[in-house]
Design a binder for this molecule. Structure first.
Ligand code: SAM
Length: 255
């Protein structure tokens, strides 16, 4: 297993509003499939498909799409939304498909959340036919002008339990170690402008931040809100509020 029960529960809970919160995934999904450039009719496996950002772009290109995800919540919504896809609940590290079953394997923003990305890449390689292509997207950790918000979260909620995020160079090394050849990557930027501090608060609300703040002792909750609106106002005055999301798209071939 390359995901934990806790991880699956997290994505089950996010499933309803996933693409509303992570507004950039649909755009990145389309770009990832364009980057892989599969011919019509290609057999495409999308791993960690979520609500289908990448898989639906595969359908739009005329691919025969199979989508898997570890989260039951994501899988049931995918199956309902896309009856034309084969949808299965599976772990990226133990795919239930025969060797050489697919021409393209995609995974949008998935390897970064796995406990053992190498095990998943070995599986991607196994199920890909010779001459096949893997295409992955990876979040780029660019805090940019939102550093104040990360600092605010850290000072009230701590730094979280995650280790260092997977870097683009590391991912290319892992692809080579898994037996892929010719890794290539491009960078994409997906800025989103918000009209005012209230819109930033609303976006955080989709992720449950105000609820977590309200669960703090009252003094801390008040202090959090005060600092949030003071610093968000400052950002608004100094050039506007922008969520600066960025990613790298990685592609590599099977020999
Ligand atoms: C960040 S989301 C990305 C979803 C989608 N690919 C996109 O681009 O919008 C990560 C997805 O990977 C799934 N996932 C996490 N661990 C997994 C695993 N071990 N095997 C399969 N899917 C996994 C999650 O349930 C979630 O749907």
């Amino acid at each position: 297993m390359t995901s934990t029960e806790e991880g699956r529960r997290k994505y089950d809970a996010l499933a309803d509003r996933y693409e509303e919160i992570y507004f950039y995934v649909a755009d990145v999904g389309r770009r990832l499939v364009s980057f892989a450039d599969p011919p019509g009719g290609a057999r495409l496996l999308d791993v960690g498909a979520g609500r289908g950002a990448v898989a639906r772009a595969g359908l739009e290109r005329g691919c025969a799409v199979t989508a898997v995800d570890a989260s039951a919540g994501m899988v049931s919504r995918l199956a309902a939304d896309y009856p034309e896809m084969v949808v299965r609940q599976q772990d990226a590290g133990s795919l239930g498909f025969a060797d050489d079953s697919f021409d393209v394997v995609t995974a949008g923003f998935v390897v970064q959340v796995l406990s053992d990305p190498s095990a998943a890449l070995a599986e991607f390689r196994r199920v890909l036919a010779p001459g096949g292509m893997v295409a992955l997207s990876l979040e780029r950790q660019e805090i940019g002008r939102l550093g104040w918000l990360y600092d605010l979260n850290r000072s009230f909620f701590g730094s979280g339990s995650g280790g260092a995020p997977l870097a683009a160079d590391q991912l290319d090394d892992l692809l080579l170690s898994a037996g892929f050849v010719s890794p290539t990557r491009v960078m994409v930027d997906i800025p989103k402008h918000l009209p005012d501090p209230a819109a930033l608060w609303d976006w955080l609300a989709l992720q449950g931040v105000p609820a977590a703040v309200d669960a703090l002792p009252t003094e801390q909750a008040v202090a959090f809100r005060e600092r949030f609106f003071r610093d968000a106002e400052k950002m608004h005055r100094q050039g506007g509020i922008t969520l600066d999301f960025a990613a790298t798209l990685h592609r590599a071939a099977t020999p």
